[in-house]
Design a protein. Structure first.
Length: 201
């Protein structure tokens, strides 16, 4: 059980994060947006309509909630649905896995810059390191979510490829069946000659 002094330091650190929440989240969002090309990043920052800019607005909605879960020490299992939501976006885009989840670890630098980590005393710095461990755990959970999304995409692609192959094979079989079902010209002439010989008899 932490002592009263330690609890006081933890509470003070959480308050420090809460006081700088807006600036930290804005810096964190900027880390996300700069992972895209400059034109896309500019659009993601500028466009506030969720229908015109679903990607940017999803990050703008989800990241503050994830930050709050980290600050309040909530069970990270509560973040699973939000992690899947943002990882679905990154999974269909042209990112390596490390690039797709890298912005989670970028939260560390956002926090350190905004709370001026170099000026922290030893006790508060220890709280910062513990908070960064929670960020690492969130990043690993995001990696698992990204992997799950990629596997689902591969499964969908494999199913679609199988369906296309089956349709092509069915069309080929239909053409072959139709070809052999129709009598050829030689068969028609042979049938006619046999009929004529029968009539002469």
């Amino acid at each position: 059980m932490p002592g009263a002094a330690e609890e006081g330091v933890e509470k003070a650190f959480r308050n420090l994060l809460r006081d700088n929440r807006v600036a930290i989240v804005e810096r964190w969002l900027d880390i996300v947006f700069t992972s895209y090309n400059p034109e896309t990043a500019k659009f993601l920052r500028r466009e506030k309509d969720k229908f015109s800019n679903p990607v940017g607005q999803t990050f703008a909605r989800v990241l503050p909630v994830l930050f709050d879960l980290l600050v309040e020490g909530e069970d990270l299992a509560k973040a699973s649905s939000m992690l899947r939501e943002v990882m679905k976006i990154r999974a269909v885009q042209d990112f390596m896995p490390s690039q797709a989840v890298g912005f989670f670890f970028g939260l560390k630098s956002a926090v350190r810059v905004e709370i001026e980590a170099k000026k922290l005393d030893a006790d508060t710095l220890r709280q910062l390191l513990e908070f960064e461990s929670r960020i690492d755990a969130l990043g690993l959970a995001a990696f698992d979510a990204h992997l799950g999304c990629r596997e689902k995409i591969y499964e969908i692609k494999a199913t679609e490829l199988k369906r296309r192959s089956e349709r092509v094979l069915q069309k080929l079989n239909d053409r072959i069946a139709a070809k052999y079902a129709e009598p050829s010209d030689d068969d028609s002439e042979s049938s006619q000659h046999s009929s004529e010989r029968g009539d002469k008899r």
